[in-house]
Design a protein around this ligand. Structure first.
Ligand code: AMP
Ligand code: MG
Length: 408
């Protein structure tokens, strides 16, 4: 396959290199609408009906024919139309029909005059305004035409789509089966939360970040825990993930000091590229496949793991799960603190974006060391500094990428 071991790659090149190899591997299955939250549409949805399905009143008031109003005299009320109870009687000349919001307008209606613009007396209803044709009438198909495409394949179903599908009378949708993702952390120094730390130990935090980001994508995971830097244990974990999941995501063990070890194992089990990415943080990154599962090896440094997940793993998982992926919004802002930067890598510095008196302002969260996780927790955006750019002075314009659904 050619995974270009050891090459220094730009982020874009790495991303395109991965996406070119990945296809959706999740079959379609029908689920009832009540169980469809967070699932991903396998097909486009065409509307089986028009919405609204009939012309109806947008206001409580009176359905009128303009010809009847021409004389300027009050109109008698011929009958009533309620939502769900159309008026089906005769509509003699010189009459109007009392009508409520959502009720079908009787045939021949030119407009609905809202109640507040009328006066009732013994002589009938006096109209205080002259309606224009079509006023306060919602037309059949005004919202959605029968046969129109309403949602595209790859749409993840949220509280915004489910009522739309219900309004079309759709009871069952064809969705992708969930992607199966296994995760583990590697490192002899890692201890699970809830246990005491020995000298030289740290808590495994990456797994909580990776699990949470997967959950935000609507993906549940098979969590294989912490695997020590031991060939037999690693081998067993790789094999289990390969058997039970479509994708394996690990953190740690791909940096220069450790890669040889993991590399040997992975070369035996599949085909993997160990990349040096021209981004900061997040330089080491591994991508490839075991015998059947795709493999993403994230750097161990916590901020690097989060950044590479967002920039590379999220779009790749979206492709595999059949999710239509949209990049988070980018904006430009004036930076109010100087930023350290050397040319050569694309930087994802952690920033705090706010509304200033003259537009958007962004400031640094402080130390940008990839081990300083608090720099990420205080941030609300990445300050994305172009590869060739050097240090940035206060007052310069920078691009910021908002934290999207993954991190909020
Ligand atoms: P590695 O990529 O394994 O060389 O790890 C790089 C740095 O990240 C080291 O300081 C590790 O201790 C740290 N690290 C690795 N995995 C984790 C983890 N799961 N949680 C927190 N820190 C980690
Ligand atoms: Mg390690």
């Amino acid at each position: 396959m050619g995974f270009d071991n050891g090459a220094l790659r730009t982020l874009e090149d790495a991303l395109q290199g991965m996406l070119a190899r990945l296809d959706c591997r999740c079959e379609a299955e029908p689920v009832p609408l009540t169980e469809a939250l967070d699932r991903v549409l396998a097909r486009d949805i065409l509307s089986p009906l028009s919405v609204p399905p009939f012309d109806n009143a947008a206001m409580d008031g009176y359905a009128v024919r303009l010809a009847d109003l021409a004389a300027g005299a009050p109109l008698k009320v011929a009958g009533k139309a309620f939502a769900g109870q159309p008026y089906e009687g005769e509509w003699p000349a010189g009459h109007c029909i009392r009508i409520m919001t959502g009720a079908p307008v009787p045939p021949g209606t030119d407009a609905v005059v809202m109640q507040e613009e009328t006066q009732a007396s013994d002589n009938g209803i006096t109209f205080l305004t002259s309606p224009f044709p079509g006023q306060n009438i919602r037309r059949r198909g005004e919202d959605i035409h029968e046969g129109a495409s309403v949602l595209g394949a790859g749409t993840r179903l949220t509280p915004r789509e489910l009522p739309l599908l219900a309004s079309l009378g759709i009871a069952t949708v064809s969705v992708r089966r969930p992607l199966r993702v296994a995760i583990f952390s590697t490192g002899d120094e890692l201890k699970p939360v809830g246990t005491p730390l020995g000298h030289g130990d740290i808590y495994d935090s990456n797994r909580y970040g990776v699990r949470a980001m997967l959950a935000r994508m609507g993906i549940a995971c098979l969590d294989l825990g912490i695997i020590p830097d031991d060939p037999a244990a690693l081998r067993a974990a790789f094999l289990q993930a390969d058997r039970e999941a479509d994708v394996l995501i690990t953190t740690g063990g791909v940096s220069v000091g450790e890669a040889d070890f993991t590399k040997q194992l992975l070369e035996e089990l599949g085909e993997i590229g160990f990349w040096k990415l021209a981004i900061k943080p997040g330089k080491p990154f591994a991508f490839g496949r075991l015998s059947q599962a795709w493999f993403f090896g994230l750097p161990g440094n916590p901020v690097s793991a989060m950044v590479t997940f967002g920039q590379l793993v999220q779009p790749a998982l979206a492709r595999l799960a059949g999710i239509h992926f949209q990049r988070p919004l980018s904006l430009t802002a004036t930076v109010t603190t100087p930023l350290k930067k050397s040319p050569g890598r694309l930087d994802f510095q952690r920033g705090i974006l706010s509304q200033g008196p003259n537009g958007l302002e962004v400031r640094s969260t402080g130390s940008q060391d990839s081990a300083v996780f608090s720099s990420l927790s205080r941030a609300n955006c990445y300050i994305v500094l172009e590869q060739a750019r050097g240090k940035v002075a206060a007052g310069e314009t920078v691009t910021v990428e908002l934290f999207g659904s993954l991190l909020l």
